[in-house]
Each structure stands twice: as C-alpha cells, then as structure tokens.
Design a protein around this ligand. Structure first.
Ligand SMILES: *Cc1c(COP(=O)(O)O)cnc(C)c1O
Length: 363
C-alpha cells in the first residue's frame, strides 16, 4: 500500500455513533437519545453566551482562569488543579494519550462509555474489558484484569448507559486494589443527578490520591452539551501533563462565559434535579407496569429491556417510537442489544413515551 497510513489501532476504532436527532417526517421530535437536559441551559448562561458575540475576534483566555476559579469555588477545590476541556471527551482523550501508548493496556467494564475504547485505540493502547455483574461494575473482576501493562482504569460513576453506580466505599476499595502507577479516572458526568447518601463524585479521592482524576461536564444537568465544556480535577503532576498537551485555546470564549454564569444559577440546577427525581421513578414504574424490565438508575436516563420475541424487540420498539417522533438510544454498541436507553425528560416527553410504549406492547 502506498500513501500515508494511520498508526496501528486507528483503523480498529469503531467510530462513535451519536444518538439520533431526526425522526423522518416529524418536524419537532422528542429527543431522548443523548441524555441532554430537556430543561435547557440557565437563562443566565444563554445571556453570557450572547454577550460574547461581539468579542469573537478575540482569543479566549487559554488558562480558562475565571471559569476554573468559579468551578473551584463552587466545589470547594484548588483552582490550580482544575483543567477545563472542550467537553470531558477531550479530557478523556488527553489523559489517555498522556498516560497510555503502544504496548499499554487501558481497562474498563463491559458496558462502559464508548469514548474509552475510542480514546484507547487512538493512543495506540489496548482496550481491556472486565465483566459486569447485573449491569454493575464488578470490582473484583476489574482488579483481576490488572496486569503489568495496565496504565489507566476508566470508571464512569454513575455509569452510562446502565445507570448503576458504585458507592464511595466501593470506589475506595477499587482504588486501594490498584497499583500506584495505574491512573484511576472517575468520570462523574451525571454526579449532580445522584441523590444517594453513599455516593460521591470522587472529589475526595481526586483531592488526596496521587493517581486519581475526576472528570465532570456541563453537557448534562447544566444543559450546555452544544457548547462543549468539561473539566477535570486531579493531582498537580497530572494537571501539569494535561496542560502541556492540550490545545492552548481549547475552551472557547462563549463556553467559558456561559460556564461561569451556569455555575452561579444554583436554582436552575436544583430545578433540573427535582424534575429528574420526579420523572425518573415515575417513568421506571410505568415501564415496569407494562411488563418491561427497567434496571435501577441514578442518572437522568434508564435502560428499558425488551422481550427477545420477533416484533417486540428493542429494534422494533425503536422503529415504532420513531414513527411517533420519539427518539431513544439504541445501545447494541454497548453490548445491550435487547435494550433502549431513554433520557428522562419533562412531563410531556415522559407521558408520550409511556403512551407509545404501552401501544407498542399491546400491538
Ligand atoms: C455524556 C457523557 C460525558 C460527557 O461528555 P462531554 O464531552 O463532556 O459532553 C462523559 N462521560 C460519560 C459517561 C457521559 O455519558
């Protein structure tokens, strides 16, 4: 073969398949496929974004200093150890490239977030997958997969797409079982939705352990997925490595401004959480009452498991709901071909989805 060839691993990447955003013939579909906030962003974030329109000829602050300060203040963290990114996806990729390469292994569980294998292969490293138990990370199975070549363990908490979570004690047990040279990345994209007493986003470990990083995002409860804004918190040495490798202006001017404003609107986030606290159990119970299996979730989404029977399976359900303008997420790519993932939306979205599922099941 002549011509430039990508490095080994690159062409093994199955490109990320985003949730659908169109339903044929329906102008305004209900999009419940990407765990976006149906409440949308804070009006204060929108105003801050708009106010930057006149300044778009200026480079953003490459250090995202104001935003890092606002994040640090909001969460009680050291601003010097916050790094902002173009979505947490960028930080996941940067961490992987900085800490793993050819000959190295990156470990995560069976139904883990799709960005982990993509970032691993892009870095030339080898993805290693540990079995889950009842759609939950199994710490013993994870630890059993650690070898001399393991460089990173990714654990989303709560996990997407399963919605399950590890308790503070379990995450600490996982951390204690890992060699000091292994980086543990706790991806807490949905942390703000979790209301369990035994849960923590990972702040304490990222604060004190030399090998733990926590990643967060403005894409979910803050409703700013379109802006691409995420951040990470970790040890100074890891922060230094990421600051050396990231793009010098990786977070846009409007994203920095909107992020600061969004953090200040605590009431908006409380409203989004309250909405989820109501409609998550409501939707789960209604779907169960239709005979569907709905594993418990603590995020802003749930899995719905469909019967294997022809015409009643997840693909048939997806087609049926699409015709009604309801877009759910197929999760066969996550090893869950019997399931669809449903983002918890507002009342109208949840009632319409339950009504459509009811019609589908009694067809
Ligand atoms: C949505 C999501 C993210 C967020 O990605 P962004 O790049 O910040 O939009 C990260 N991790 C998981 C597990 C997610 O589901």
């Amino acid at each position: 073969m002549s011509g430039p060839q990508p490095r080994p691993g690159i062409l093994d990447i199955a490109p990320y398949v985003p949730g659908d955003s169109k339903a044929e013939g329906i102008a305004e579909p209900m999009k419940l496929a990407s765990n976006e906030s149906s409440l949308g962003p804070s009006p204060r974030a929108i105003a801050a974004y708009r106010a930057m329109a006149e300044k778009l000829h200026r480079y953003p602050d490459g250090a995202s200093a104001d935003l890092r300060g606002a994040i640090a203040k909001h969460h009680g963290l050291d601003r010097e150890r916050v790094v902002c990114g173009n979505g947490s996806d960028e930080l996941i990729a940067l961490l992987t490239k900085a800490y793993a390469g050819p000959g190295d292994e990156v470990l995560f569980t069976e139904h883990a977030f799709a960005m982990y294998p993509i970032a691993t292969l892009a870095a030339g490293a080898k993805p290693v997958v540990a079995k889950e138990k009842n759609l939950r990370a199994d710490i013993d199975a994870l630890v059993a997969k650690v070898t001399d070549r393991t460089r990173i363990v990714f654990q989303a908490n709560p996990n997407n797409p399963t919605g399950s979570y590890l308790t503070k004690d379990e995450i600490e047990r996982l951390h204690r079982a890992l060699p000091a040279r292994v980086l543990l990345v706790i991806d807490a994209a949905y942390a703000e939705y979790v209301t369990r007493n035994d849960y923590t986003a990972g702040t304490e470990l990222a604060e004190k352990a030399p090998n733990v990083v926590m990643t967060r995002t403005f894409s979910k409860i803050y409703g700013l997925a379109g802006l691409r804004l995420g951040w990470m918190y970790g040890p100074a040495a890891i922060v230094d490595a990421i600051n050396r490798t990231r793009g010098p202006f990786n977070v846009t001017l409007p994203a920095q401004a909107a992020g600061v404003a969004a953090l200040a609107d605590v009431a908006h986030i409380d409203q989004a959480r309250t909405m989820n606290d109501h409609w998550l159990p409501w939707f789960s119970d209604q779907a169960r009452a239709l005979g569907l299996e709905v594993p418990p979730s603590v995020g802003n989404f749930v899995l719905v498991r469909f019967p294997k029977a022809n015409g009643k399976d997840a693909n048939a359900a997806n087609e049926f709901l699409l015709k009604r303008g309801i877009i759910l997420r197929k999760v066969a790519g996550y090893g869950l071909p019997d399931c669809l993932r449903v983002t918890i939306g507002n009342e109208a979205e949840m009632r319409a989805t339950v009504a459509a599922l009811a019609d589908f099941m009694k067809r």
